[in-house]
Design a protein around this ligand. Structure first.
Ligand SMILES: CC(=O)N[C@H]1[C@@H](OP(=O)(O)OP(=O)(O)OC[C@H]2O[C@@H](n3ccc(=O)[nH]c3=O)[C@H](O)[C@@H]2O)O[C@H](CO)[C@@H](O)[C@@H]1O[C@H](C)C(=O)N[C@@H](C)C(=O)N[C@H](CCC(=O)O)C(=O)O
Ligand SMILES: Nc1ncnc2c1ncn2[C@@H]1O[C@H](COP(=O)(O)OP(=O)(O)OP(=O)(O)O)[C@@H](O)[C@H]1O
Ligand SMILES: N[C@H](CCC[C@H](N)C(=O)O)C(=O)O
Length: 455
C-alpha cells in the first residue's frame, strides 16, 4: 500500500510516492520502508525514538507533538493511538469485518467465559481465534500472550493472518483505555462483573466502570449485549443500554438454578451461562452447549484441583480480587471436610487499595491464612515488605512463595484443603525476571519431597 493511500486523510501536505513495507510502534522493530507511529506511553515516549526509527529505515512518522522537521515526512495528529489503530485496520484490510467478533469484559471471569465459549463453538464446527490472559490462539496455533488484550497493531496483524470464523477476545479496561480495540465492531459484548481492581490506573470505580462500558459503544447495530446483572455494576450497565439500539440479554441467579445439584463452583456457573447465551444466539444446539458445560476441560490455573493425597486437596486459582477470593473459598468450603488453608499475595506495582478487602475476604473464607509474595513486578523486596506490614492481617507471613506453599501443605491434615491463589498457571514470579516454577510445580515438588522423606 502507498503511504499516500494510507495517510491522505491525516496529512495536509502531499506525501511522497512510497510503497510501505509495514507499520511499527516500537523503533527497535522498524524495518526499511516502515511507517513509524510515536506513542506516548506510561514508561517511555515514542517521540524520543523517532530519529532511531528513521535511522532504521522509517519512511514517515506519525506523532502528536510539534517537532522540528525530520528527513522524512512527519505527520502531526491529535491522537496517535487512534491513528495507529485505524491505519492498521486499513493496512490489513479490515480483517475483523469477515468474522464474528465477541468481546468479553469484566474484572473476573473473562478467561473462563472465553474458554467455555470456544469449546461450545468449536464443538459446533466453528473455527475460533482467541485472545486473552492465558494465550492467543490463531488458526489453531497457540501463541504467548504479552497482554490480555493485544495492542491494536499486533491485533490487526494477527486478525489478518487468522482464517478463523470467530474471534473471542478478553477486553481489559487497559485495552479499552489505550484504544487497543479502536475500530473493531463487535457482534457480541459480554459483561461478567466489576470488583475493585486496577484503581492505580483508573482512580475510582466509577471511572473503571465507564471505561469498561465503552466496549458496548462498539457493538454493531445488530450486536447483542450479554450482561450478568446480579451485581450493582451489571445492573447499571443494563440500565445504560436500556434505551439504546442493541438487544440486551440480562442473566442473573435464575439462570444458574439448574446447576443446583452440580459441583461446578458457583462463579463458573455464571461464566458458563454467559457463554451459553452467546452460543445459543449463534445457533449452537442446546445439547452441544450442555455437553460442554458437563464435560468442560477447564482453564489452566483456574480452580485447578489437585488430589494431593487421598484425603488432602489443593486448589490452584488465579483469584486476585476480594470477590474472587470469596467465590473460590466458598466453593472450597462446601467441598472440605476439614480446614481451609489459603496462601495468597499481591502483585507489586498494581492496585494497593484492593489489598485490605482481599485480606478480609481471606480471613472470612478460610481457617488459616498464609500471606506471601505474588509478583514483585520490579518492586524492591523491602518496599513490598513495608506495604504488607501496613495491612491489618492476623495470619502467618512467609515471603518466599515456595516456603509459604510448603508450610501450608505441611500443616494440612486429612480432610483439609489448601487454596493457593494469585498466580494460576503462570510460570514466572516477576514478569521482568527469569521464568520459574508454577504453583502446581511447587506442589508437585513438595509432594515428591514428602514421599521420599516418608521412606
Ligand atoms: C501500563 C500499560 O498498560 N502499559 C501498556 C502499554 O505500554 P506503553 O504504551 O505505556 O509503553 P511504553 O513502554 O511506555 O512505550 C511507549 C512507546 O515507546 C515505544 N518505544 C519504547 C522504547 C524504544 O526503544 N523504542 C520505542 O519506540 C514503545 O514501543 C511504545 O510504543 O502498551 C503496551 C503495548 O500495548 C503494553 O504492553 C503495556 O502493558 C504493560 C506491560 C502492562 O503491564 N499492562 C497491564 C497493566 C495491562 O495492560 N493489563 C491488562 C490486563 C488487566 C486485567 O484485566 O487484569 C492487559 O490487557 O494485559
Ligand atoms: N464470574 C466470576 N465472578 C467472580 N469471580 C470469578 C468469576 N469467574 C472467575 N472468578 C475468579 O477470578 C479468577 C480469574 O478468573 P478468569 O481468569 O476467568 O478471569 P479474568 O477476568 O480473565 O481475569 P484476568 O483478566 O486477571 O486474567 C478465577 O480464578 C476465580 O477465582
Ligand atoms: N490481571 C492481572 C494479571 C495480569 C497478568 C500478567 N499479564 C501480568 O501483567 O503480570 C493484573 O493485571 O494485575
Amino acid at each position: 500500500m502507498l503511504l499516500e493511500e494510507l495517510l491522505a486523510s491525516l496529512s495536509q501536505d502531499p506525501l511522497p510516492e512510497v510503497e510501505l513495507t509495514g507499520i511499527e510502534t516500537n523503533s527497535l522493530h522498524v524495518q526499511p520502508g516502515n511507517l513509524f507511529f510515536a506513542l506516548v506511553g506510561h514508561v517511555s515516549d515514542g517521540h524520543a525514538y523517532i530519529e532511531d526509527a528513521i535511522e532504521r529505515g522509517a519512511v514517515a512518522v506519525v506523532g502528536t507533538k510539534p517537532l522540528a522537521p525530520f528527513k522524512v515526512p512527519y505527520i502531526q495528529v491529535e491522537d496517535s493511538r487512534k491513528a495507529v489503530a485505524l491505519a492498521a485496520k486499513r493496512y490489513y484490510n479490515n480483517p475483523s469485518a469477515s468474522k464474528t467478533v465477541i468481546g468479553i469484559t469484566g474484572t473476573n471471569g473473562k478467561t473462563t467465559t472465553s474458554f467455555y465459549l470456544k469449546e461450545m463453538l468449536e464443538k459446533a464446527g466453528k473455527k475460533c481465534a482467541l485472545f486473552g490472559t492465558v494465550q492467543y490462539i490463531i488458526n489453531g496455533q497457540e501463541l504467548p500472550s504479552p497482554n490480555t488484550t493485544p495492542d491494536s497493531l499486533n491485533f490487526q496483524r494477527l486478525l489478518h493472518e487468522s482464517q478463523d470464523d470467530v474471534v473471542i477476545m478478553e477486553v481489559s479496561s487497559h485495552g479499552i483505555d489505550q484504544l487497543r480495540i479502536e475500530g473493531i465492531e463487535f457482534d457480541f459484548a459480554v459483561f461478567t462483573n466489576l470488583d475493585q481492581d486496577h484503581l492505580d490506573y483508573h482512580g475510582t470505580m466509577e471511572n473503571y466502570f465507564q471505561v469498561k462500558a465503552k466496549l458496548f459503544d462498539q457493538l454493531k447495530p445488530t450486536g447483542v449485549a450479554v450482561i450478568w446483572t446480579e451485581g450493582y455494576w451489571g445492573r447499571r450497565l443494563a440500565q445504560k443500554l436500556e434505551n439504546g439500539p442493541h438487544h440486551v440479554l440480562e442473566l442473573s441467579k435464575r439462570a444458574v438454578e439448574r446447576f443446583a445439584d452440580s459441583n461446578i463452583p458457583f462463579h463458573n456457573q455464571m461464566n458458563a451461562v454467559l457463554a451459553a447465551a452467546i452460543a445459543k444466539k449463534m445457533i449452537v444446539e442446546e445439547q452441544v452447549v450442555e455437553q460442554v458445560i458437563q464435560q468442560f476441560s477447564g482453564v489452566p490455573g483456574r480452580f485447578e484441583v489437585i488430589h494431593f493425597t487421598e484425603d488432602r486437596h489443593v486448589v490452584i486459582d488465579y483469584a486476585h480480587t476480594a470477590d474472587a477470593f470469596t467465590q473460590v473459598l466458598a466453593s472450597v468450603r462446601k467441598l472440605a471436610k476439614g480446614r481451609v488453608f489459603h496462601v495468597f499475595g499481591f502483585r507489586g506495582g498494581r492496585d494497593e487499595t484492593k489489598r485490605q478487602a482481599m485480606v478480609e475476604a481471606s480471613e472470612k473464607g478460610s481457617d488459616v491464612q498464609v500471606l506471601t509474595f505474588d509478583d514483585l513486578n520490579g518492586l524492591p523486596v523491602q518496599a513490598m515488605q513495608e506495604q504488607l506490614q501496613k495491612l491489618r492481617f492476623t495470619g502467618i507471613r512467609i515471603d518466599d512463595r515456595t516456603e509459604a506453599i510448603a508450610y501450608a501443605l505441611e500443616q494440612a491434615s486429612a480432610g483439609d484443603w489448601v487454596v493457593i491463589t494469585g498466580k494460576g498457571n503462570e510460570q514466572y514470579r516477576d514478569r521482568y525476571m527469569a521464568p520459574c516454577q508454577s504453583d502446581s510445580e511447587t506442589v508437585d515438588w513438595y509432594f515428591k519431597r514428602e514421599k521420599s522423606n516418608s521412606y
